[in-house]
Design a protein around this ligand. Structure first.
Ligand code: 9D3
Length: 229
């Protein structure tokens, strides 16, 4: 999968791409991530990428010309069938079902906005979909773009280490995790549940499934009401 990120802060993207699961996916050739900076598509001496909002009000808006040119340059490097996605607070809220859809695509342009937002005519003319990562206020689209990339990378076949398989992850899909324990057997007066020391693999599997269900019912009943993936 090929991902282009349109951003005023390419270093934010590049730094994260060097680490962990995303770094490994890139090293293994499963994922390619490049950036395109709208500032490189300005023609004035100040390299202006923002301007005041028509109608007044606080803050600035990303001006259309440099942003549109950056999206076009990024999209030109991607295969046919790719999509241009803007990270905005107005978008579809990200979940595993949406990631599953995105995973089918050969390439993505992820447009990270800054300031109060993007000129609406760029959204209308150069964006196929808007995505939000949840109902809280961030300072721009870079962290959301990184969230999308991380969540996609770990779904790519071969991206996870041998120990963690996608099969194992999808087995418990839609539920919260069961509780995890490692050595020592007793910590701060708290013992590891006996069943985990029993060696009875069927009993352990049953206990974990029950714990996952119980915790999901308790903390996230919305996940049990279907619709997820
Ligand atoms: C909805 C808030 N807006 C009303 C005045 C202002 C505003 C807040 C934050 C405008 C832009 C931003 C920057 N946020 C993102 O670019 C963003 C975001 C987010 O803030 N939360 C969750 N997902 C996303 S995706 C992009």
């Amino acid at each position: 999968m090929r991902i282009e990120v349109v951003t005023l802060f390419p270093e934010m993207i590049e730094a994260v791409m060097r680490h962990g699961v995303t770094g490994r996916a890139v090293t293994r050739g499963l994922l390619t991530v490049s950036t395109e900076n709208p500032r490189a598509h300005t023609s004035d001496v100040h390299q202006t990428v923002d301007d005041r909002p028509y109608g007044g009000g606080p803050g600035m808006v990303m001006k259309p010309e440099p942003l549109y040119a950056a999206i076009a340059a990024a999209a030109a490097r991607l295969p046919a069938g790719s999509r241009r996605i803007a990270l905005t607070p107005q978008g579809r809220v990200l979940n595993q079902a949406l990631l599953q859809e995105l995973q089918q695509l050969p390439g993505l342009v992820l447009v990270a906005g800054r300031y109060e937002g993007i000129d609406e005519r760029v959204i209308e003319s150069a964006i196929d979909m808007e995505i939000s990562i949840g109902d809280y206020v961030l300072s721009g689209g870079e962290l959301p773009a990184l969230v999308v990339i991380d969540a996609l990378a770990r779904r790519l076949p071969g991206a996870l280490g041998d120990a963690r398989s996608n099969v194992e992850e999808s087995f418990n899909e839609g539920l919260l995790d069961w509780p995890h324990y490692t050595r020592p057997e007793e910590f701060m007066g708290r013992r590891v549940p006996a069943v985990l020391l029993s060696g009875d693999h069927a009993a352990i599997a049953r206990w974990r499934r029950e714990q996952a269900l119980e915790r999901t019912r308790e903390r996230r009943p919305d996940l049990l009401k279907f619709g997820g993936s």
